[in-house]
Every structure is written in structure tokens, then in C-alpha cells.
Design a protein. Structure first.
Length: 117
């Protein structure tokens, strides 16, 4: 028997706003989309799913720290793009012992970290 990770899901209330944020502003490559979910990172062993929170249990997961970290090759440029799009920075871009990092939230308040290494 083999077990592997298919995707990690973040729940949102508006898929169109989420697509604009994740695909257009963050620049994440879209792997596929249905009426309920957008998957990012085509060809990756594990995708990031952005899914509508249709059930009460899922709605409780909207708008919190996700624990997800995205590695960004040009973090300063991306942070400038996010600022220009009025993204909400929970923690601004700063240097740390492990590199540069910022924490940003999507339109639903889901928070995730951006790092450069």
C-alpha cells in the first residue's frame, strides 16, 4: 500500500476573489478549477487547493493562520505587488535568521508566510 499527499486545502467564501488573489496577484500557476475548488502548482506531487467553504465545519476554518509557507524567489518584488494590490500584511517583509519573511492574508483573512529560502 502507498499513501501520498494529494493536496492541502484552504477554505474561502468567494472563489472568484480567491482566484484573483492567488493566481493574478500572487502568480500561483493554476492546475485546474471546478465550481468548488481551484488547484495550484500543476505537475507538483502536492497541490494547493482553494475551496469554497460550503459546510459549517469548513466555514469555521476561513480567516485564520493556515500554517502554509510559500517560497518566493523574488520576495521583495512580490511584496511590492501585494502592497500595490492593497493586500493585508500581518507581518511586513523583514529579515530573520532563516532569510526574509512576510505574513500576508488573502481576501478572506487566511494567513500564510512568504519566505525567500
Amino acid at each position: 500500500m502507498s499513501v501520498s499527499m494529494k493536496n492541502i486545502v484552504v477554505f474561502v467564501t468567494d472563489l472568484a476573489k480567491a482566484r484573483h488573489f492567488y493566481a493574478d496577484i500572487l502568480g500561483l500557476p493554476v492546475a485546474g478549477q471546478s465550481d468548488m475548488i481551484i488547484e495550484f502548482f500543476p505537475g507538483a506531487a502536492t497541490t494547493l487547493g482553494i475551496s469554497l467553504a460550503l459546510h459549517e465545519d469548513a466555514r469555521r476554518l476561513v480567516g485564520r493562520h493556515t500554517g502554509l509557507t510559500l517560497k518566493v524567489s523574488d520576495i521583495e518584488t512580490l511584496c511590492e505587488k501585494l502592497e500595490a494590490a492593497n493586500a493585508d500584511f500581518i507581518e511586513p517583509l523583514e529579515s530573520s535568521p532563516w532569510g526574509r519573511m512576510a505574513v500576508v492574508s488573502d481576501p478572506d483573512g487566511n494567513q500564510f508566510a512568504l519566505v525567500d529560502r
